[in-house]
Design a protein around this ligand. Sequence first.
Ligand code: SAM
Ligand code: SF4
Ligand code: SF4
Length: 359
Amino acid sequence: MAHVRDKHTHYESDADSSAGGEPVQDRLARPIRDLRISVTDKCNFRCPYCMPADRYGEGYPFLTRQDLLSFEEIVQLARAFARSGVRKLRLTGGEPLLRRDLSLLVEMLAGIDGIEDLALTTNGMLLKQHAVALRRAGLHRVTVSLDSLDDTAFAAMNGGRGSLGEVLDGIAAAAAAGLDPIKINVVVKRGVNDHTAAGLAEHFRGTGHIVRFIEYMDVGTLNDWRRTEVVPSAEVLGRIAEKFPVEPVDRDYPGEVAERYRYVDGAGEIGFISSVTAPFCGGCTRARLSADGKLFLCLFAKEGHDLRAPLREGADDGALEAVIRAIWGRRTDRYSEMRKNAGTTRGANQKVEMYHMGG
Ligand code: SAM
Ligand code: SF4
Ligand code: SF4
């Protein structure tokens, strides 16, 4: 079909079709290593720090089916990212388990050359029913977001939509399916769930699961973030260490975002992601792909780079790789460091929401 080939010619490349070239580096010499892929912008929770219910009510115009990348399109882009240097993929959203047949996508992604780690971040509500299929499809690990074991604080953190019992069952099912070690992500907000943080650490001591406390961040524009609501990681660590002595653990790899600690008595490990009090932009090797195919270079980016257009115009893997390398090669983002240095939030009204770009 000559007319189709004509349309495609613009994006065809001569590049070698195998993966594994040198990772592209940005202007600050940070290689691209991780890609977070958002598979939907919809969610069954309404965490006030992410998708407050009063702004995301019935009738909110979420992406249409046509807007969303298909599984084939996601896989083609993931291949191009792998050729550019990405070694780790994480599926996220929105709530990724709302995307139908997600295990099929996992299976397709697991087969990509160069991908060493394939993970999923979920709120856990639908995990029980999907854990075995995800594992069989080739998923390596899951991170479950769980902000409190106290019913009132749990409901306050997720907008009253979830069930604590379902999330705990989901974690158990994931562990039984072999999706471990499981990470439990806990956003800590002053006056809402901070009094329950040490209880979470205690609950998961000795299970092999790693609880990670995340400083509440000023992502997006809709959560009315206030610095006074941020609980510095040092404070949470202090409360836990009062009861269970801990010692620091070296980072696993350059670019790891969590500061790690282990219990001195050998009962496991906890982590802290301190993007407000101790930013880690210098080692940030992470790219984000939104469900409609935009590439974001920073969690606090004001805009994304459209990869869906070249994809739908017929770009081949080599051409997409060239586009990705060019975009990443110009990257200079280091928002959290700048926020810390300036002591303020810059351009606060123009950032893209986290559920959209993939948290
Ligand atoms: N729905 C899934 C979930 O909640 O795990 C995946 C998407 S969610 C956007 C990814 C992660 O971002 C979650 O662990 C969530 O707690 C975190 N998150 C969202 N908004 C945040 C904020 N304002 N500050 C810190 N973490 C946030
Ligand atoms: Fe949904 Fe996750 Fe955002 Fe909560 S943090 S609203 S579960 S996408
Ligand atoms: Fe990376 Fe941006 Fe976060 Fe810095 S602020 S660590 S550049 S995502």
